[in-house]
Design a protein around this ligand. Structure first.
Ligand code: ADP
Ligand code: MG
Length: 579
């Protein structure tokens, strides 16, 4: 809650101005019935044209004033609400951008999207309503009572009518809160679900078609959709029911007032009093209804506020060490060292354990092992996509946790296993990590990554459009663009996580040769499944089930490491093995 309130501080002036106008509007509104009553009794009643003009003018001026105030209030309250929700959305996005794996796993993507759209809209609506009513309703309520007493012609039973009406309104609110409130809480969750399923299904369209599971998926979506529909129908119906009941209450009050006055009316003064009293009574009841509106909207908005502040107040686990907030722009030599590193994704078991090895600059270090053996986990620890649970990763002898994140990542060219291209052009994707990529840099990176051929074969060349997620290029082409993207940064440390798997053997070989030539003094870490890809590496780290079972060169490992021999046997012929 506190996290959100902070956001209003910035707009305090606007809020105060809005409240002042609101007070003005309320005061004007309170004057009108009084003048009308005078207009009737002193003007119309005694056929005094001067008085009619006199009060008539005042009423027109006051109405106009009230109107101007109302417009200003609308202007400022919408502005505050829109600005606050813009700030909230912006900060939420920034926050999520800095989420590490750990935080990211706590929210689903769809929930994050609902939170930054629908939930913030709820907060926006509450803000508008709150600013509109917060001063208005109390002034109208209290002022209305005072004025009504003035015009009651001493009929005490009128008070009972109003008290009874207010009691009914309050009862209705309590009923609405008890019945509707829990549903509102459920509704935000259900919106999450619908988004989640829609997101899932749109992303997995190909798989759904290939497995002919359209009807299953339709049912799944249908269920979530129906749940949401029935909840929102229920709440809307309840709300819709309230309105006619309120109207009945109001009309009942009118009838009662006329009835009570009817026994007393002797002259025009009392008719005019009755007219004024009616209006004040309406204002009092209205002010209670307004407050009730807040109570109806508040619970849903509170749920939204909680959901938004959950994201905003999340502790970011991966951040700059103290005193390292500013990037220095230094370039590393690039010696990467793992010292007894373990990492656990949570739940006790370690995904990798006691990892100790070195990747020196100017050398190619390879990681090989079956799927799930922890290769990606290990390389993700270098750019601090996650932090080691135990032990430390160092670059040039400095713990990565003590390096400014920007510096650290600027020094690393990373090709993740699951790489993503962004919508744009081939050029915008390859130059993604460089501030001002020149044509030279783009061409050279593409050349090393063996991407030039297919880039140039398209008539648009570097300007060829890339669809969202890179869905309009083949897997191998996507990999090569991702490799070129990492290379264009010309970093001292280059990490390729299973980046050659979608390449044919010939391209794989050519790429490695080009890499070797161009990156002779960089640190190259290659994660691979194919022995052929890493045979010539300066050092090969063999992983099995999260542990290192061998480190060495190809020939040595063939003799000393049974796991490596197994992998090699399954892929190479006896001749190639040379045993
Ligand atoms: P590799 O890259 O060698 O195929 P990974 O490093 O991706 O292996 O995975 C190592 C182990 O960690 C596997 O058992 C895998 O199931 C687990 N793992 C990987 N990513 C996550 C994650 N985000 N949350 C929980 N466990 C994970
Ligand atoms: Mg992997």
């Amino acid at each position: 809650m506190k996290t959100i309130i902070k956001y209003y501080g910035k707009y305090a002036v606007m809020i105060i101005v809005s409240l002042l106008f609101l007070t003005g509007e309320a005061i004007c509104e309170l004057q009108l019935p009084g003048y009308m009553s005078k207009l009737v009794s002193e003007g119309i009643g005694s056929a005094n044209m001067d008085m009619i003009w006199n009060y008539g003018w005042r009423m027109i001026v006051i109405s106009l004033l009230a109107c101007v105030c109302a417009i200003m209030v609308g202007f400022f309250s919408s502005k505050v609400a829109a600005n606050v929700s813009r700030d909230l959305r912006g900060d939420m996005f920034k926050k999520v951008m800095n989420f590490a794996n750990e935080e990211y796993n706590k929210f689903s993507v769809s929930s994050l999207i609902t939170r930054s759209t629908n939930d913030i809209t709820q907060i926006q609506m509450l803000t508008i309503l709150f600013l509109r009513l917060i001063m208005f309703a109390p002034i109208m309520g209290i002022g209305g009572v005072i004025k009504a007493v003035e015009h009651s012609s001493g009929i005490t039973s009128l008070a009972y009518v109003i008290v009874a009406a207010i009691a009914i309104v309050i009862l209705l609110i309590i009923f609405a809160l008890a019945v509707v409130q829990p549903k509102f809480i459920k509704m935000q969750k259900q919106i999450d679900d619908v988004n989640q399923i829609a997101n899932d299904e749109l992303n997995g369209m190909m798989v759904i078609r290939a497995f002919n599971t359209q009807s299953h998926e339709e049912n799944r979506f249908d269920k979530a959709n129906k749940d949401l529909t029935s909840t929102s129908l229920f709440t809307s119906r309840m709300m819709a029911l309230l309105m006619p009941i309120m109207t009945i209450v109001m009309n009942g009050v009118m009838v009662a007032i006329v009835w009570l006055f009817a026994y007393q009316v002797e002259d025009i003064t009392q008719v005019s009093n009755m007219m004024a009293f009616m209006q004040y009574a309406l204002q009092i009841i209205m002010s209670f209804m307004m407050i009730s509106m807040i109570f109806i909207i508040l619970p849903r908005a509170v749920v939204s506020i909680k959901r938004v502040s959950e994201v905003l107040s999340m502790d970011i686990s991966i951040k700059n060490a103290e005193g390292k907030e500013e990037p220095t722009g230094e370039r590393f030599k690039g010696d990467v060292k793992f010292e007894d590193v373990s990492y656990s994704y949570g739940g006790g078991a370690n995904a990798v354990e006691n990892i100790t090895f070195e990747a020196k600059s100017g050398e190619v270090t390879a990681l090989i092992g079956s799927t799930g053996s922890g290769k990606s986990t290990i390389v993700n620890l270098i750019p601090r996509l996650m932090d080691a649970t135990k032990g430390k990763v160092t670059i040039d002898g400095v713990d990565v946790k003590d390096i400014n994140l920007k510096d650290l990542r600027n020094n690393i060219g990373f090709v993740p296993q699951k790489n993503t291209l962004f919508s744009g052009t081939v050029a915008s994707n390859i130059g993604y990590g460089v501030e001002e990529p020149t044509a030279d840099i783009l061409d050279k990176s593409a050349q090393i990554a063996q991407a030039s051929e297919f880039i140039n074969s398209s008539p648009d060349g570097m300007q060829r459009e890339i669809a969202q997620g890179g869905s309009n290029v083949s897997g191998g082409q996507k990999q090569r663009i991702a490799i070129a993207r990492a290379l264009s940064k010309n970093s001292p440390i280059n990490i390729f996580d299973d980046s050659f798997s979608a390449l044919d053997f010939k391209t794989d070989a050519k790429l490695r040769m080009a890499l070797g030539e161009e990156m002779s003094d960089a640190t190259v870490i290659i994660v691979a499944q194919r022995v052929g890809t890493i045979k010539n590496a300066d050092s090969i780290v063999v992983l099995d089930d999260g542990k290192i079972v061998g480190i060495g060169k190809h020939e040595e490992l063939l003799k000393s490491c049974p796991t490596y021999l197994d992998i090699a046997r399954s892929q190479l012929s006896e001749e190639e093995l040379g045993l």
